[in-house]
Design a protein around this ligand. Structure first.
Ligand code: HEC
Ligand code: HEC
Ligand code: HEC
Length: 433
């Protein structure tokens, strides 16, 4: 985390916001139980017939991935209680079933709209942007009403909110009012008449319901997404296997060469639709995005997201200074011994070995934390397996490599074969242990 603490209240809110987007996933046990992780779409046959409006709302809830954040490990769907670890304590998602006391059973459509579009509770309290209302504000009135109709069908499950363990003064919701006045822009999505309906639909899904920027955009020192660097790559904290809180970097999603520049529409589409593409395989925190959300969307909607992403202008993320020659030499040696058998000396990999690291967005992400995680712990693929990959799975190296070796090989793959990104230090690696 590079947050400054000089502006106390603000940076605290920032951190809550910044790290609050985390989803516990790192291993199957940390993820919502499989049953809970199944989006409502799958549970359809067991449910009473839904009205057309509620059916639409159920689909929108899948696109917004409400279930992933609002279901605790082993908990009932939508009853909340999932922990979002932050540097300033832990914030928990809330019960959004129809229970009158502990859920949102008493909320009117207007109350619900205010929460989704303005981040305000019926009693006027501000919500933390760990709940991505900064994206959901783009929802149309019609879609908010459909979501509300679906929420009404969820049944009432009593599940009292877990008390956040944010320290004073971080626990002061009133401070969010200040943050909002500085950074929050309320407003429904405005279609760009110069662009096709498909691109506009993709933009609505990516920027609005899909809240992709919550993880994929850098934040300023007050934790607000940087408007001028949207989708150029971000970081967030996530609870891992042993309960350790680890940083992850989400890649640059613009058309820059360090982002999705080398991906065609088909590759982006396949990745979001199946988790497997010729460019990369889904792993880590993206598992829940793909498995619980994008995979379940219609072919047209996924394609629209891919077409939209393919035309986001190239913009480089800020990844720091280049590595030294010495480090690159060390990195080449480590690469030859540890990585070259699968990713090949050319970095190009093959269909049956490792994927290409040439132009890899994960390798070149502004923050190297995901690259470090994959080297130390191996890529955590979706469980149960979501696709059969012809490739040999990558193994973890945490026990076999020193921090300086991991740093050197990471710097090497970030700066070879035309790749370009900042150096990784042994201290960066130590933080991910
Ligand atoms: C990235 C995680 C995340 C996603 C995705 C998410 N939420 Fe939440 N939501 C939260 C958290 C965390 C809170 C608690 C915020 C707080 O306490 O200030 C919350 C709070 C809420 C609240 C306010 C409840 C209350 O009691 O005050 C509502 C309503 C809500 N979410 C609905 C939804 C809906 C509907 C969706 C899907 C369209 C959704 N959320 C998706 C994390 C998420
Ligand atoms: C919870 C945080 C989070 C959210 C929300 C999120 N992503 Fe990601 N995304 C990541 C991380 C972390 C990675 C890095 C690799 C990984 O974990 O698979 C990533 C990687 C990717 C990649 C590149 C994969 C690669 O290997 O180069 C694409 C494409 C992508 N995300 C698209 C999206 C889209 C589209 C959305 C919105 C629907 C989205 N992501 C929402 C965290 C997130
Ligand atoms: C046994 C073969 C194998 C070895 C050895 C190996 N990898 Fe991998 N690597 C893979 C596979 C396969 C994937 C795709 C995910 C999966 O299916 O496990 C992958 C994925 C990756 C990715 C993610 C690429 C992307 O764009 O999503 C990176 C980065 C990476 N490996 C780096 C390395 C580095 C650095 C080393 C050496 C320290 C290494 N790998 C060693 C097989 C291997």
């Amino acid at each position: 985390m590079t947050l400054r603490t000089s502006i106390l209240a603000g940076s605290v809110l920032a951190a809550v916001c910044l790290t609050g987007v985390a989803i516990a996933q790192d291993q199957p046990a940390a993820a919502p139980a499989p049953a809970a992780a199944e989006p409502a779409a799958d549970a359809a046959p067991a449910e009473p017939a839904l009205s057309p409006e509620a059916t639409k709302g159920r689909y929108l809830a899948t696109a917004g991935n409400c279930i992933t954040c609002h279901t605790a490990e082993g908990g009932k769907p939508f009853t909340g209680g999932l922990a979002f670890p932050t540097d300033f304590g832990t914030i928990y998602s809330t019960n959004i079933t129809q229970d009158a006391e502990t859920g949102i059973g008493k909320w009117s459509l207007d109350d619900f709209k205010k929460a989704m579009r303005q981040g305000v509770r019926p009693d006027g309290a501000h919500l933390y942007p760990a709940f991505p209302y900064t994206s959901f504000t783009k929802l149309t009135d019609e879609d908010v009403a459909a979501l509300y109709a679906y929420m009404k069908t969820l049944g009432a499950e009593a599940a009292p909110a877990k008390a956040n363990t944010l320290k004073f003064p971080y626990n002061q919701r009133a401070l969010m009012g200040v943050w909002k006045s500085l950074f929050f822009k309320e407003g429904t999505f405005k279609a760009d008449p110069a662009k096709s309906p498909e691109i506009n639909r993709g933009a609505y899904l990516v920027e609005g319901l899909g809240h992709c920027s919550a993880c994929h955009s850098p934040r300023n020192f007050l934790g607000a997404e940087k408007d001028d660097a949207l989708l150029t790559g971000g970081v967030f904290n996530d609870k891992s296997a042993g309960g350790a809180i680890r940083q992850w970097s989400a890649t640059n999603l613009t058309q820059h060469a360090t982002g999705l520049g080398g991906w065609d529409v088909e590759a982006i589409n396949a990745y979001l639709k199946t988790g497997l593409s010729k460019r990369a395989t889904v792993f880590g925190p993206m598992n829940e995005v793909v498995m619980n959300s994008t995979k379940k969307l219609t072919d047209e909607d996924v394609k629209a997201m891919a077409v939209y992403l393919k035309q986001v202008p190239a913009k480089e993320g800020n990844s720091g200074s280049a590595p030294s020659k010495e480090q690159l030499t060390q990195g080449e040696t480590v690469y030859t011994i540890r990585c070259g058998t699968c990713h090949l000396p050319t970095g190009l990999g093959s269909e049956t070995l490792g994927p290409s690291l040439v132009g890899s967005a994960v390798a070149q992400a502004p923050s190297a934390s995901t690259l470090i995680n994959i080297i130390l712990y191996g890529p955590k693929l979706p469980a149960p397996p979501a696709f059969s990959s012809p490739r040999k799975q990558m193994t973890p190296f945490a026990d076999e490599m020193r921090d300086d070796e991991v740093a050197a090989v990471a710097s090497y793959v970030r700066n070879t074969w035309g790749n370009k990104a900042g150096a990784v230090s042994a201290a960066d690696v130590a933080k991910q242990r």
